[in-house]
Design a protein around this ligand. Structure first.
Ligand code: SF4
Length: 650
């Protein structure tokens, strides 16, 4: 039986397990990336591993999410990240160099490699035939130390592309079409592998637009073959040696097939406030628009901004509308400037921003109250723009430019009928890739040798002791269904500046549910959390497990857990135990709970059902669903102590 591209890369990197079984496998990681919000903790965790240098081929540290430095804490973080990268042998992209996925793509992504990123849009790399997977900072820290990355063998979906994109339709419309047809949950546990005759009609850059936003389908990752179009891209980038051909076998067997005829696609737009809320642009045409933003890791490349510049040449942004262009990298900014396009955009009334994530996470360019913002980004969840009741639409750069010119959501095909001389810009590469990357990326051999520089807001990473045999304590907090990681640790500016200072950050734990929780937990000598269904849904934020661990929580009893948060609890040594409705109803906040079994023996022996005694009065069952590897992590006190043990033993 032939192999898919995904199977080829997984097999090439397999260090534990068998992909035929469909169960969890461990793979070797070639490259890692992290950004400023995830990187500080990842480097503190790496420091705790006690290694001298990173063990992967390429490790990258970027500063793109919070380039604005409102006080010393952010500047301290940036300085710490530079010093950590230099100390341990990673490259460091200075603040302002651009968004990690764009910068890594321009400089380091390579076909056939595995890339683990502490950011959900790491699958961008799949457009170049690289298996890019987004995960938490602790996984990245241990991978930098040489530990395998574990994942459940994904289902592989063949997305067969036929035909060719018509004028005014773009790569963004391909992924919007998939989101329109399916949903933000459709891709969970799946890899989307693109095949078919339509693949060769797409440039390597356009492919990265599609794989980037495959994340919004919930996919583990997305990948294109590495072929002549990929080769062309690497030659243009001046990195021809990084190219290798990589295609699936002709008789590869896929779990599922989807067909998309590119010729049928029309300009699409995602309406507020979910990326899969997609309709043809014409359905919402005429919606008055206050703000248009072009940029992000999806559509912030030179190749994305060039069509906008062509459409705006000798024209003017509508008077009632503000337009911002934030290039995805400083290299893109520099090429736009050198080719005279920055001046043209400025002359059209565009506000040119620095190369940063910025507005994508509500850090700047927050929309006005009760207004419409049209963006080329990948996410439009309510409030993400920084405005609670926002109305954010997602579309291609061409639709964004047409909208900026008219001040209302506009299908560019209709504008072309009205405006003399407005032609479809089509896809075009720059004549030559030039740029700032060389001066802005500090390679390990160029690093300043100043050791780890930690400001007062950067504290050591806490380590949990191995699991104890006798676990008891109070039910410190009883919570309802659907508690999110945002309830546990919010991502607001006020809180997130303490991301490298767990003792301080812990003071905010579950404050949104109960103001006094953190102080009660700190006063108790260990305890438990009790929750209803779907505990820990939302973002994959690791601090939502790390802070409860720091406060001495032994276990969370919940009716069910969100998948990623459950694995984060295990990674930080907290037992995720499920209970039934009756048990949930009977436990009151403040009750004394004792796990009757010897916890260490039970976890290590694979025991699934635990007995709990409440108030020395009544007993109930709690269940642990964890595989052998996860049980080892729990027994060791979490992934960090476990990895330290392993490195110590090696
Ligand atoms: Fe994440 Fe937005 Fe930055 Fe992309 S541009 S990495 S989606 S914050």
């Amino acid at each position: 039986m032939g192999r898919t591209l995904t199977e080829k890369i997984l097999e090439d990197h397999l260090v534990d397990g068998d992909i035929e079984t469909g169960e969890e496998v461990g793979i070797e990681v070639d490259q890692t990336i992290a950004h400023d919000l995830t990187g500080t903790m990842a480097w503190l965790q790496f420091e705790a591993l006690g290694l001298d240098e990173v063990q992967v081929e390429v490790a990258g540290q970027h500063c793109d999410h919070q380039t604005y430095q409102p006080d010393y804490k952010v500047s301290d973080d940036h300085r710490f990240l530079r010093s950590a990268a230099g100390t341990y042998g990673a490259y460091f992209a200075r603040p302002g160099t651009g968004i990690l996925h764009q910068v890594h793509k321009e400089n380091f992504t390579a076909p056939g490699k595995t890339l683990l990123g502490a950011d959900s849009h790491t699958p961008t790399a799949g457009g170049l035939g690289c298996l890019g997977i987004g995960t938490g900072g602790l996984d990245v820290a241990t991978a930098m130390g040489g530990a395998p990355y574990y994942l459940d063998v994904p289902e592989i979906v063949n997305v067969r592309l036929e035909g060719e994109l018509p004028e005014w339709s773009t790569a963004k419309d391909v992924i919007l079409e998939l989101l329109r047809r399916y949903s933000v949950k459709f891709g969970v546990g799946k890899v989307f592998e693109y095949t078919g005759p339509g693949v060769e009609t797409l440039s390597a850059h356009e492919r990265t637009v599609i794989t980037n936003m495959g994340t919004e389908l919930g996919a583990t990752t997305s990948i294109f073959p590495s072929d002549e179009r990929t080769k062309e891209f690497f030659e243009r980038l001046g990195r021809p040696a990084d190219y290798v051909e990589l295609v699936p076998d002709e008789d590869a067997d896929y779990d599922e097939e989807i067909v998309v005829d590119l010729s049928d696609l029309e300009p699409l737009i995602s309406c507020p406030s979910m990326p899969d809320n997609v309709v043809p642009v014409r359905e919402v045409a005429g919606t008055e628009t206050d703000q248009v933003l072009v940029g992000s890791c999806t559509n912030g490349a030179y190749e994305d901004i060039l069509p906008v510049a062509k459409m705006l040449r000798d024209r003017e942004v509508a008077k009632q509308t503000e337009m911002i262009v934030a290039p995805g990298s400083k290299q893109a900014s520099e090429m736009l400037a050198r080719n005279g396009l920055t001046a043209e955009l400025m002359a059209a009334g565009v506000n040119i921003s620095e190369a940063t994530c910025g507005a994508c996470i509500g850090a700047g360019h927050v929309p006005a109250s009760d207004s419409v913002s049209v963006r080329t980004f990948n996410r439009n969840f309510e409030g993400r723009s920084g405005m609670e009741d926002d109305a954010v639409y997602l579309c291609s750069p061409e639709v964004a430019a047409a909208t900026a010119l008219t001040g209302e959501i506009t299908d560019p095909r209709d504008l072309a009928d009205e405006l003399d001389g407005l032609e479809a810009p089509g896809f075009e590469y720059p004549e030559r890739y030039i740029g700032a990357s060389e001066s802005d990326i500090i390679m390990p051999d160029e690093a300043v040798d100043d050791g780890l520089v930690k400001g007062p807001n950067i504290d050591e990473v806490p380590l949990k002791d191995p699991l104890g045999s006798d676990l008891d304590g109070p039910a410190l907090l009883k919570m309802p269904d659907n508690i999110t990681t945002d309830h546990v640790i919010p991502a607001t500016q006020e809180v997130s500046v303490y991301r490298s200072n767990v003792p301080k950050l812990s003071e905010f734990t579950l404050k949104r549910v109960d103001e006094t929780f953190a102080s009660r937990a700190a006063d108790a000598d260990g305890g438990f959390l009790v929750a209803g269904e779907n505990y820990g849904q939302g973002s994959s934020r690791e601090h939502a497990a790390l802070c409860p661990m720091y406060l001495g929580i032994h276990a969370v009893f919940a009716q069910s857990f969100a998948r990623i948060h459950k694995s984060n609890l295990i990674n930080f040594g907290l037992l995720p135990l499920t209970i039934d409705q009756e048990t949930y109803d009977r436990i009151d906040q403040g009750d004394d709970i004792e796990i009757v079994d010897d916890a260490v023996t039970a976890v290590e022996s694979g025991q699934e059902t635990f007995t709990i005694r409440v108030n020395d009065d009544w007993e109930a069952e709690a269940h642990l669903d964890a595989n052998e590897r996860e049980r080892e992590l729990l027994a060791a006190g979490g992934k960090l102590p476990h990895t330290r043990q392993q490195f110590g033993d090696a």
